[in-house]
Design a protein around this ligand. Structure first.
Ligand SMILES: [Ca+2]
Ligand SMILES: [Ca+2]
Length: 87
């Protein structure tokens, strides 16, 4: 049985979103991570996006270390908690 591409496969769309969001996340992290430690703090986010409040940041910080790693930043941007930095 072959798949017909008449209807979008949700997992394929998700994979596409994930694949295409990687460069933006790398860019966003490089833009946001002003001290170059590979993690983005609330201060670093607010330096670029003053509208991002601590509630949004904490919601994005899924492991609770008060810093966003690339995965957390990607998820936060995907969820709209933090704007994309490339615009
Ligand atoms: Ca940093
Ligand atoms: Ca974290």
């Amino acid at each position: 049985m072959t798949k017909t591409p008449t209807k979008r496969n949700p997992s394929a769309v998700l994979a596409l979103i994930l694949a295409t969001s990687v460069p933006a996340v790398v860019l966003a992290q490089s833009v946001l991570d002003t001290n170059g430690d590979g993690l983005v703090s609330l201060d670093e986010v607010q330096a670029v996006f003053p509208d991002v409040d601590s509630d949004a940041f904490m919601a994005a910080d899924s492991d609770g270390d008060a810093l966003l790693n690339a995965d957390e930043l990607a998820a936060a941007q995907d969820a709209g908690l933090i704007p994309m930095a490339d615009g």
